[in-house]
Design a protein around this ligand. Structure first.
Ligand code: KG4
Ligand code: ZN
Length: 342
């Protein structure tokens, strides 16, 4: 490994439908490019085969662009950090194969990174959250994304355990499906959020799923909303059009209430009063608002800045940096032999 004071990491994320690349010097992001694949819109969800092909199409040029923006030469990069899961296998293999060739060409380490681990540690990128500070350990991470809904107790960079998880659908997947029902194109949760701002969140009432402990369930709520809307449409074909804002606001209210209730239970069970949000759904305005209100009760809240909520290469690079420092990598390790977390 080259020895200089600053450590430069190339981070590559390709686990789903974003081709994301970042150059990071120590904990500072120098470039961060995200190419959102739009090809899936016409299918109403991600088509894995197409996602892999799109990554293949854009990865090389995106890496070059990230290096150019960072104004460095590729020979200055100390390690390549790449997502090895969880995610779509074809998409992961495109990213991994590219990273492997790149690292071999430069004779530098390749570091495999767990996607969830990266969302959590994104808070250790300089100025990555609204507080512009790193959360102290221990903290509780509410990981809410398109694929995951978990409460994770984080004791240290490499010491964390899952306290609760969804028993069925993830929160992001559920919001995207409900948004589709309301007529928004995939991924529609963001549009549902935007439209909620003009609505009355007390207009429609949905009931919370009855799940004990720290686990979640969203499939019942999704069906409840689906049935309600379809029944109303039988009475009035303009029901969605006439009530769009109120529907969006009421849906966001119930979703936020579920999350707040679970996190309060997690605080009571662990006595940890520091909450860190992570994942694409933490961009949601109502969830953010409700969590920030918890500050009144002496609970510390860390919310990522928008560019670090959804998938990005910087979060992969930051885990790479910590793993490199701890020598937690093996250059000869084949893809299939990476351990799920560390
Ligand atoms: O973390 P992420 O980019 O990918 C996964 O790891 O799954 O999260 C993507 C999810 C999608 O479901 C997307 O619709 C959702 O984050 N999302 C939002 C918002 N912006 C993105 N959900 C709610 N409100 C938003 N403003
Ligand atoms: Zn993600």
């Amino acid at each position: 490994m080259k020895c200089t004071k600053s450590i430069i990491i190339l981070g590559i994320e390709s686990s789903c439908d974003d081709t994301a690349v970042s150059i990071m010097i120590n904990q500072e992001v120098i470039s961060n490019i995200i190419i959102h694949q739009t090809i899936h819109k016409q299918y109403g969800g991600i088509v894995p085969e197409l996602a892999a092909r799109e990554h293949d199409k854009y990865l090389f040029s995106t890496v070059n662009k990230a290096i150019n923006i960072a104004n460095i030469h590729r020979s200055q990069i100390h390690a390549v950090s790449v997502t090895i899961g969880p995610g779509l296998i074809g998409s992961l293999l495109v990213g991994y194969s590219f990273a492997k060739s790149f690292s071999m060409g430069l004779n530098i380490p390749i570091i495999g990174v767990n996607h969830i681990h990266a969302h959590i540690l994104s808070h250790f990128i300089n100025n990555a959250n609204l507080n512009n500070s790193f959360p102290k350990f221990p903290f509780l991470c509410l990981m809410i994304s398109g694929a995951h809904t978990q409460i994770i107790q984080v004791n240290d960079f490499f010491d964390m355990n899952i306290l609760g998880t969804t028993l069925d659908d993830s929160i992001g997947e559920s919001l995207d499906k409900i948004a589709r029902l309301l007529g928004f194109s995939y991924p529609g949760a963001m549009w549902l959020d935007k439209n909620s701002k003009l609505g009355n969140n007390k207009k429609f009432h949905f009931s919370k799923p009855n799940v004990k402990g720290l686990n979640f369930s969203f499939s019942g709520l999704k069906t409840q909303i689906d049935r309600f809307i379809k029944n109303q449409l039988k009475i009035n074909t303009n029901f969605i059009k006439n009530n769009l804002h109120n529907l969006c606001a009421s849906i966001q209210k119930i979703i936020s209430e579920i999350l707040i209730e679970k996190i309060i239970l997690a605080i009571q069970q662990t006595n940890i009063f520091r909450i860190v949000l992570a994942g694409g759904v933490s961009a949601n305005s109502e969830i953010t608002k409700q969590f920030l209100l918890l500050k009144k009760h002496n609970i510390e809240i860390f919310i990522p800045k928008k560019q670090y909520t959804t998938d990005n290469g910087a979060m992969i690079a930051i885990v790479g940096l910590f793993k490199l420092k701890k020598k937690l990598f093996n250059i000869n390790q084949p893809f299939s032999k990476f351990t799920p977390w560390f």
